[in-house]
Design a protein around this ligand. Structure first.
Ligand code: SF4
Ligand code: SF4
Length: 77
């Protein structure tokens, strides 16, 4: 597990900027995760949705909604 730590003029913040997600072969491209994601971090793509880590708020709603348990998420590569 890794996190990125940055120091600013106003203090220290710890940001988790390395959220990773994998969508495995169980995905049927049903699109439920795409419409459920509150941050538009999952977008339609050929085959399986594409994940945009910079938008993800790590809410885990996509994992909850996926009927195929195809989504695995972690912090770090
Ligand atoms: S964890 Fe939440 S914000 Fe991130 S991709 Fe899934 S539904 Fe979207
Ligand atoms: S909800 Fe699951 S099966 Fe449906 S598109 Fe997303 S990852 Fe694939």
């Amino acid at each position: 597990m890794s996190a990125t730590m940055s120091t600013t003029a106003t203090g220290s913040t710890i940001e988790t900027t390395s959220v990773s997600m994998s969508i495995d072969e169980r995905c049927t491209a049903c699109g439920l995760c795409v419409v459920t994601c509150p941050d538009a971090a999952l977008v339609p793509a050929p085959g399986r949705p594409a994940f945009l880590a910079s938008r993800c708020s790590d809410c885990l709603a996509c994992i909850e909604v996926c009927p195929r348990d195809a989504i695995t998420m972690g912090v770090g590569a």
